[in-house]
Design a protein around this ligand. Structure first.
Ligand code: ATP
Length: 234
């Protein structure tokens, strides 16, 4: 079997986290600017519901939440804006420079994100969805690989990552490079993937590959691929 299609999922892994016999959760990850969100939107357009870890991470620290209160009592009121919201820029700069602060922040927020992800997955399961895509940019770094297989990794060469992220965020090459270098090397993520979607070329090629991967996921997980039809050409 090709390395990009290695399959290491067992039903017990999925049950450990989500305890849902009829719904399979697969992980979607990659590097900065490789195209995770683009692929996630495509899966969603095919009918696969999406849980977005970045979105959950924002939700658990919105104004007045226990998550935000815990961060403020741990680090001090400087983490809050005048409006009582999380000062994302200040916190990001602080944890970028202080790895121990990043670890503490993760200890506070990761359990909240995980609990909310379970809740979201259960909501989709109760609607009868056989597949749920969980988009987690730091999936491997957060040691979630064992509970989110099969894992789809979206990859692109470094120069492509840099130019797309710089264009999207209006950021400097140095700033994007620093973010890329703060993560596990993309090659390591690719080597641990069950499926790889190469997003180095035209979007149409990437989306065609994403459809192939979705069909392969259905086959491996025993899900009817007819639930996720490819629209017919006009
Ligand atoms: P991040 O983790 O940094 O949020 P991401 O992996 O979710 O990034 P996207 O936001 O999906 O990446 O893509 C990065 C940028 O590149 C976006 O502006 C997107 O529209 C663009 N893009 C993605 N794929 C392609 C492609 N094949 N051709 C051209 N542009 C692309």
């Amino acid at each position: 079997m090709a390395r990009s299609e290695r399959f290491a999922c067992t039903p017990s892994h999925r049950r450990q986290l989500y305890n849902l016999p009829m719904t399979h959760v697969f992980g979607l990850t990659g590097g900065i600017g490789t195209g995770k969100s683009t692929v996630a939107r495509h899966f969603a357009a095919r009918g696969v519901p999406l849980v977005d870890a970045d979105q959950l991470a924002r939700e658990v620290v919105t104004k007045g939440t226990p998550g935000l209160l815990a961060i403020a009592s741990e680090f001090g009121d400087w983490v809050l804006t005048a409006e009582g919201e999380l000062d994302r820029e200040a916190v990001a700069a602080h944890v970028f420079a202080h790895p121990e602060a990043r670890a503490r922040l993760n200890q506070l927020t990761h359990p909240l994100v995980r609990a909310l992800s379970v809740q979201r997955v259960q909501e989709f399961a109760s609607l009868g969805h056989p597949l749920v895509c969980y988009d987690v940019p730091l999936l491997f770094e957060s040691k979630l690989a064992d509970v989110l297989r099969p894992i789809v990794v979206v990859s692109a060469p470094l120069e492509v990552q840099l130019s797309r992220a710089m264009a999207r965020d209006g950021a400097s090459r140095e700033a994007v490079l620093a973010r890329i270098e703060s993560q596990l090397p993309l090659a390591d993520k690719v080597s641990q993937a069950d499926f790889v979607i190469d997003n180095s070329g035209e979007l149409t090629e990437t989306l065609a590959r994403a459809d192939q991967v979705l069909a392969a996921l259905c086959e491996r997980l025993g899900v009817d691929p007819g639930r996720y039809p490819t629209p017919r050409s006009p």
